[in-house]
Every structure is written in C-alpha cells, then in structure tokens.
Write a protein of this length. Structure first.
Lengths: 183, 200
C-alpha cells in the first residue's frame, strides 16, 4: 500500500502548476501520477507517528496472533544490536501469526534525517511506528508496571498472556519467548 | 474472600522482594568515593552542611541525559544554597560506551559548565548498590539523624523534550517537600532513559 502524504501531493501539484499552460488535462494527470510515485517511494516516505493513547490499543489483542512490541531508538546501541533478531522473528514466524512492531522513540524531528535512512540502511521489514509522547513518566507504567524506563524494552503477548522484558535479546532468547506465547 | 486477599498480599510482598534491586524509598543510602572531572575525589561526607543530595546517574551519550543537563544545572544553582547539592555520576563502562569515558566527561563538563561534580563510577560499583537502571535516574537523599535516607527515586520532571511543557517538576517538588519537612509525593516515578552500559 502506498500512502501519499498531503505534503507530497501539494508539492507535486505546485510543480505542475508551472506546466499548466502547455499540457492538456490527460497528460497532466499522467505526469502527476508518475511524480507522486517517485516522491512517495523515496525522499518523502513516512512512518506513522503516534502518541501513547494511539499506541495503547496495539499493546493488547483479541486475535489469535502473537505480538512482539519492541521499544528502541536509532541512537540506542543495545537496541540496534538486537534489531536483527526481531527482524528474523518477523520473517521466520510470519506464517505462525507472529507480528513484530518496532516502536521508535527517536525524536520526530529526526525522522527524515536519521530514522528513514536507518530503516533503509538496515533494510528493516517489520512494521515501524514512532511514539512521540515525551510525558514518559505517565505512559511507561501503562506499558508495564515493572519497567524502569530503560530501553531496549519488549512486550510479547497473545490474547491470554503477556510478558515484559527489560533486556537485550539473543535470537534464542527471543525465539523461546515467542514460542512460549504460541498455542 | 479474606483468604484470597491475604494470598494476594503475600504474593505481592514476595514479588516485591524478588524484584527488589537496589534502593527503595526509605532505605539508607551508602556513601561513595569517586573521581570528579577535576581530578579530585568526592564523597558525600565531604559536605558537612548538606541537608541531603540529588544523586543523579547520568552520562554523555544518552539523548535523554543530555536533554536534562541544563535543568540539572538550574536545580543545582537553586537547591545547593538550600542544602541539596547535585552530585552527578556516570555509571557507564567506557569500553561499552566510548563517549562516556572519563576524558569525554571532562570535555562535556567543561562545555556545559557543570556547577556540580560529575563523578566517574570506575568499575561500575556504585550504580548497582543504588539500583540505578538507566540514565538519567535520580535518587534524592535526605539527611536525618546524620544518616542519609532515600526520599525520592525517579525522573526529574514529566517532559524530557520540552521544558516549557513540563507540568510536574517531580524532583524540585520533592526537594521542596523535604525543605518543608514533608515527605515527597510522589516518592517514585519512572521515565524513559538509556540502559546503563556495564558488563553483567
């Protein structure tokens, strides 16, 4: 699915206004579609930014899937170290209905300059959203009572049970934690 | 029903006991002797007139720690004269986090003009005693009957990114409470932070 941000649409529309006199409507639409595709898939691709109210429903489920929600940031060395393990789980356990959600705690101002290039560079395939909610002392206990606030932190849950981990995972540890939640 | 409640209480106590690492509010706090960025060694016993201390585990590399540097300076300037000086401790092992080496601490302290000591937890021995898990992580100590007890553990305030959007100044309120002879409320908060880098 390609999401075209309003800003991109406006930008492309502005570009085309200059050409308006020279082309007929059908060509205009074609050029616009091409330009939108180019800009949407490169420099202007985006990741959803949410506050905790919007994130909270993603921390429980009534479905039969297992969810692995990892809190991380591009500047967090131990987080970056364990990211490949989450990617591997996302890939190898997709058919067993395991879903990985990577919640970036990067500053939203760094989406274009750091987060998107990082995702590109590490070829991340898991779903990624950015949590923009600096009132962390109010939402951290709502993720888990035992969370001290240090990242990385991970919640793994199905519709019946959930476990919270304030640690860096090896692949084996992560796989065991996921398997324990599979029916 | 009563039996169930009792069981629940016992389970909660057991859980607290198992998960208890480091200090809880009310515990006595140990002194330390750590090297400051100016080369001197600092202990809390050196401060004869202090009514307590803001012991904050912080570091160079963590964006959350950096976000609070200016606020720590302000707190030290405001509360040191009232008897509650800030003492900052970097708990990270530089072999795991090179930006947090003693030399880099000296550079950062100079750049920012820290008004408080910035101590290096060489060997990473002090932070586990306190039970610090992240940077920044505050332990507010209160001197009672010549003993230091932990009065507040947690965050500096409720908005790391935007000082103008802060609604609750947890640490400042806690110090004000102690100065007024009351107990801080809340006594414990959490906040986002960077894992302390140390070999287990």
């Amino acid at each position: 699915m390609i999401i075209i941000p309003a800003a991109v649409n406006n930008f492309v529309t502005c570009l085309l206004i200059g050409l308006n006199k020279h082309y007929i409507l059908k060509e205009m639409i074609l050029i616009k579609i091409i330009l939108l595709l180019i800009f949407s898939t490169t420099a202007f691709s985006q990741i959803p930014t949410v506050d905790f109210e919007q994130l909270e429903p993603r921390l429980t489920t009534s479905s039969d899937s297992v969810y692995v929600v990892n809190f991380w940031a591009t500047w967090c060395v131990p987080c970056v170290k364990e990211l490949p393990e989450f990617e591997k789980i996302n890939q190898l356990y997709a058919e067993k209905k395991v879903r990985v959600l990577l919640v970036s705690l990067d500053n939203p101002r760094h989406i274009e300059s750091r987060v998107l290039p990082f995702i590109d560079e590490h070829d991340l395939k898991s779903e990624i959203i950015l949590l923009d909610d600096p009132r962390s002392s109010s939402w951290i206990p709502r993720v888990d009572d035992s969370w001290s606030g240090a990242i990385p932190a991970t919640v793994i849950f199905n519709r019946n049970t959930r476990s919270f981990y304030e640690q860096v995972f090896t692949y084996e540890e992560l796989e065991n934690a996921v398997i324990s939640k599979l029916n | 029903m009563k039996k169930n409640m009792l069981l629940l209480v016992l389970v909660l106590i057991a859980f607290n006991y198992v998960s208890a690492q480091g200090y809880q509010v009310g515990d006595k706090a140990a002194d330390f002797r750590l090297k400051n960025v100016d080369g001197s060694f600092v202990s809390m016993r050196d401060y004869q007139d202090a009514k307590g201390f803001v012991v904050v585990f912080t570091c160079n590399h963590c964006p959350y720690a950096v976000a609070y540097e200016d606020r720590l300076i302000e707190i030290d300037k405001k509360y040191r004269p009232k008897g509650f000086p800030v003492i900052a401790i970097n708990p990270n092992d530089p072999s795991l986090s090179p930006q947090d080496s003693y030399e880099h601490m000296q550079v950062r302290a100079r750049e920012k003009g820290f008004t408080f000591p910035y101590l290096f937890d060489d060997g990473q021995e002090v932070f586990p005693v306190y039970g610090a898990t992240r940077t920044p992580h505050v332990f507010l100590l209160n001197r009672k009957n010549n003993e230091l007890t932990v009065a507040y553990i947690g965050a500096i305030d409720d908005n790391y990114r935007d000082v103008s959007a802060v609604r609750e100044k947890f640490l400042a309120n806690a110090i004000d409470a102690l100065l007024a002879g009351a107990d801080p409320d809340p006594q414990f908060t959490t906040a986002i932070g960077c894992t302390i880098k140390a070999d287990n």
